[in-house]
Design a protein around this ligand. Structure first.
Ligand code: CTP
Ligand code: CA
Length: 218
């Protein structure tokens, strides 16, 4: 008896997903990172695969268990993730950017472990390139989905990001509730309107986001 039936809504579609956290190395053993677990991104990759998509997963550091997908690549830094995405984006139908990519990385990464000395230490950082914005600027871009994890003014910031990055769909959520948690509560924002989904586990949220995506692709 089949108890779970996932309709193959995304059969024939190629989807590239970024997930997890990047870590910007200060020296060979230390880096600047964030508390993304990779759970929401991995749930999207798993459900998209169940829906019949050919999934390419480019992921950074994650504590969640990586699902079986068509292609998976580890990219530990924002720069490595940028390179990997650009290398695999060419014939993708959809790009889902959910990785928590560092906005800045150290100007220099020490070759040897940094030794402690003074009472205070200043580290200079430089801006990283925006993967999602640059994919959206490609001549023939895939359908781009962004995520906005915010701690305040969630919807306003998400709407603004959708405009600034020029992407059709953004998923807004409350960062402090979503990061690391098994559950999520999100609002989908696109040209057709704003849809607040009920709080649920990340697999259910992934299924709803991907069903909505399917409705926008067709
Ligand atoms: N993103 C990306 N590359 C970056 C930074 C962000 O692809 N270098 C993507 C994220 O994966 C996410 C979206 O852009 O889908 C929004 O990321 P977020 O950090 O919320 O927004 P930023 O544009 O970086 O703005 P800020 O952090 O200042 O709020
Ligand atoms: Ca950011």
């Amino acid at each position: 008896i089949q108890t779970h039936f996932t309709p193959k809504l995304l059969a024939g579609k190629k989807i590239l997903i970024t997930a997890g956290a990047t870590m910007e190395m200060l020296d060979p053993v230390r880096g600047i990172t964030n508390i993304s677990s990779g759970k929401m991104g991995f749930a999207l990759a798993k459900v998209a695969t169940q829906m019949g998509a050919e999934v390419t997963l480019v992921h950074g550091h994650a504590t969640a268990v990586r699902p079986e997908v068509s292609h998976a690549y580890f990219a530990g830094t924002a720069n490595a993730m940028y390179q990997s995405v650009m290398q695999h984006i060419a014939d993708q139908d959809v790009f889902i950017a959910i990785a928590a990519v560092a906005d800045y990385s150290p100007l220099v990464s020490a070759e040897q472990k940094i030794k402690k000395s003074e009472e205070s230490l200043t580290i200079q950082l430089k801006r990283n390139k925006d993967i999602l914005a640059d994919v959206a600027k490609l001549p023939n871009p895939p359908y781009c989905v962004g995520f906005a994890a915010e701690t305040e003014h969630v919807l306003q910031h998400a709407r603004q990001k959708r405009q600034d990055k020029n992407i059709p769909l953004i998923v807004a959520n409350q960062a402090n509730l979503a990061l690391g948690s098994d559950n999520n509560s999100v609002t989908l924002i696109d040209d057709s309107g704003e849809y607040a989904l009920e709080t649920a586990d990340k697999t259910s949220i992934a299924a709803k986001i991907l069903s909505h995506l399917h409705s926008q692709l067709n």
